[in-house]
Design a protein around this ligand. Structure first.
Ligand code: IPD
Length: 272
């Protein structure tokens, strides 16, 4: 019921806030950035692990029956039919370099068997941006909000502008073969939109669509923990979120935009 959903959302916000504090306070001033292109340095990996451990422990303590799926430690099945899907640091490369856009993403999904974005139901989610002091959260059927030091406001995504006026966010996975494909999509789209942003934090890109800070966001090759919570925030704000063919969004493709813009963007992306 609605009370149960509200409790799940409150728990998501609570644990994501604690993990956000851990990673922002714990980030060393100087991080050695010279690691491989695809993998962060040990110090970042250590913070990633510490953040995920905090999330895992707190959620286990509060709801021992639920399953858990995290970027670092993988899937631990539960018995309740609910699974927490978490990214302990989304935007790891920004975090590594000292750029301020990174977040903790926590979602809870209902699923038969292992959590799968093709079939799961995202029930509640929170995305905490410690640098900005912003907490984004949503609950299924109950809307999405942005909370900061000034208060809490309900998010409403507009229909979106025409393609030529679109500020379009995207991201690139770390897989080299996929990057060539992603570059080709960018080459095709860039002349047709206002501009592109590659912020580096998928969860916050989805929240930006919810708040109208960008008009749309697309990416292929995301992991479930990158988008589970942000997907719900965007959806509950009224944005449309699908894959490139208009089916359920997932690792194979995610396109988020206002309802008017979304079909136009799918056609322009032409990846269906
Ligand atoms: C990454 C970020 C990035 C996106 C990548 C993700 P991570 O997540 O969200 O913006 O382009 O596809 O893997 O690795 O920092 O948790």
């Amino acid at each position: 019921g609605p009370d149960e959903l509200a409790r799940l959302r409150a728990l998501a916000v609570e644990v994501a806030t604690a993990a956000g504090e851990l990673i922002s306070v714990g980030r060393p001033d100087r991080v050695e950035v010279a690691a491989t292109k695809s993998s962060p340095t040990d110090v970042v990996t250590a913070m990633d692990t510490a953040s995920e451990q905090l999330l895992r422990q707190r959620l286990r303590a509060a709801r021992p029956q639920d399953g858990f799926l995290g970027e670092e430690g993988g899937h631990e099945p539960g018995t309740s039919g609910l699974t927490w899907v978490v990214d302990p640091i989304d935007g790891t490369v920004n975090y590594l370099y000292g750029l301020r856009s990174y977040a903790v993403s926590v979602a809870v999904v209902g699923s038969q068997g292992p959590p799968d974005p093709a079939t799961w139901t995202v029930l509640a989610g929170a995305v905490v941006d410690p640098s900005a002091g912003e907490t984004w959260s949503a609950v299924l059927g109950g809307g999405a909000t942005l909370a900061d030091a000034h208060g809490t406001r309900t998010l409403t995504a507009g229909p979106g502008p025409e393609l030529g006026q679109v500020l379009l966010a995207t991201g690139f996975g770390y897989d080299a073969a996929r990057r060539a494909e992603q570059a080709a999509v960018v080459a095709r789209l860039l002349p047709r939109v206002r501009d592109l942003r590659r912020v580096g934090t998928a969860s916050l890109d989805l929240c930006a669509v919810a708040a109208g800070r960008v008009d749309a966001y697309y990416e292929l090759g995301l992991n479930p923990w990158d988008f589970a919570a942000g997907w719900l925030v965007a959806r509950e704000a009224g944005a449309v979120v699908t894959d490139f063919a208009g089916g359920p969004a997932g690792p194979h493709g995610l396109v988020a935009a206002g309802a008017g813009l979304h079909p136009v963007l799918l056609e322009a992306l032409d990846l269906g």
